[in-house]
Design a binder for this molecule. Structure first.
Ligand SMILES: [Zn+2]
Length: 99
């Protein structure tokens, strides 16, 4: 791996070999700039665990809007959000109606 390896890198998203200076992958079009690599504060693992334990609906929204989140986690989040709406929001709305 000498010679050409210095000016190329492997895209972390699609695993294609691209130029080392590339800010955007030419194969999958994703942003590879250092700013993009840094996760937003509300997508840090500690914050996700905290929201999952304390405010699950918020956690589901963060996960569902995260483009880097895996499909499996998104499915779990969608199910939890659905359960939350059915068992918390609807009974609350119902009790308000009959007050
Ligand atoms: Zn790519």
């Amino acid at each position: 791996m000498t010679g050409f390896a210095t000016d190329t890198k492997v895209c972390p998203y699609c695993a294609e070999t691209i130029k080392a200076d590339a800010a955007v992958c030419r194969f999958c079009g994703r942003d590879l700039s250092p700013q993009a690599a840094q996760k937003k504060w509300y997508r840090q693992t500690w914050f996700l665990i905290l929201t999952f334990l304390l405010v699950t609906p918020l956690w589901t929204l963060i996960v569902l809007t995260d483009p880097d989140q895996s499909t499996g986690v998104k499915v779990v989040a969608a199910i939890l959000l659905g359960l939350y709406v059915v068992f918390i929001c609807l009974p609350l709305a119902g009790s308000l109606l009959y007050m």
